[in-house]
Design a protein around this ligand. Sequence first.
Ligand SMILES: *Cc1c(COP(=O)(O)O)cnc(C)c1O
Length: 402
Amino acid sequence: MSGQQQLQQRYAASLMNTFGPPKLVLTGGQGSVVTDADGKEYLDLLGGIAVNALGHAHPALVKAVSDQLATLGHISNFFTSLPQVELAERLLGLLGHGEGKVFFSNSGTEANEAALKLTRRTGRTHVVAMEKGFHGRTMGALAITHKEAYRTPFEPLPGEITFVPYGDTDALAAAVTEQTAAVVLEPLQGEAGVNPAPEGYLADARRITSEAGALLWFDEIQTGMGRTGEWFAHTASGVVPDLVTLAKGLGGGIPIGATIALGAAGDLLEPGNHGTTFGGNPVATAAALAVLDVIEADDLLAHVRSVGALLRDGLAADPRVTEVRGSGLLIGLDLVEAKSAEVTAAALAAGFIINNPTPERIRLAPPLVLTREQAQSFLDAWPRLLDEAGLDHGPDDTGSQP
Ligand SMILES: *Cc1c(COP(=O)(O)O)cnc(C)c1O
């Protein structure tokens, strides 16, 4: 039995079976490459699900975390620290929507949980969320997550949620009333397989919520922090939301979430309303500051746009890909046949980590530092991966593929 198989057995005997069997036992990572227990290397085109913004073992992140841990690691929220305050200020500055307030936590679902509690402080309880939207697995975040399979085993969930089709302005206008506390949406749906909002939808959502006196809440947990080639996926729309939630890429792999409330919404949570032991600790906030510093210093937003365009164009060139969606380095594509699991398995065998959020969809969310050469190596392998997954070349297929 190989070392990997042995550890898989120990995993099965000692860890809850919430994720199914792990695909690999990983032992190391550098940049956009990870190594498994047999010494085989993989190009990591998933980045820990849009988390490892700076790739693996980035020296700036390693230094920031090590230095901070050696100086002051954890202090509780009876106290504050410079990195915590600096990070809050930097995030508000990057959002560029004026004054606001930040609450730090440790994950995406916690960032959304805090935001959901904040919406209750408006005195209203009804929330409108999106079909195919994903917001996390704790009870509150799950209540605004659409997928039946995730929800049903845990009902009853916190109530008064209405789901509307994503991108349908009329349906949204019909669902939002004077009783609505908030509308929550991803400016680009990630777990759904990368669905962008139609042109004008975010502005429509702003108008509809403003008219009803409801909060507009953008979940940018997957799309924020440069993932789309802008700091935030809603940046280009010019729309100013009331709430923004962040996590995933924010800490570059160190757990941190942020709930950002803009304008008057920043004062809705009062002393005693919410809390966390770990949230916003010096190490996690120092990590996030290092991520921001590197994105700025290395001009990674422009890099993400250019490598993302290279990948999208290259992937779309194969006729077995029917559509390529997304922005920057959050890329979703549709295959002619529902064989995304087969393609993902063929990719893994060939040394590429990719993801299949639905049977016909592939998702890529690589480190923002993915090089053009690395992206090209995947494009070079791509037609062969589709062959190996058994995708037909279509009606013109002569069967004479080598
Ligand atoms: C991943 C994700 C979450 C949940 O984040 P966790 O850190 O896994 O709790 C919430 N919203 C969106 C849009 C996500 O992609």
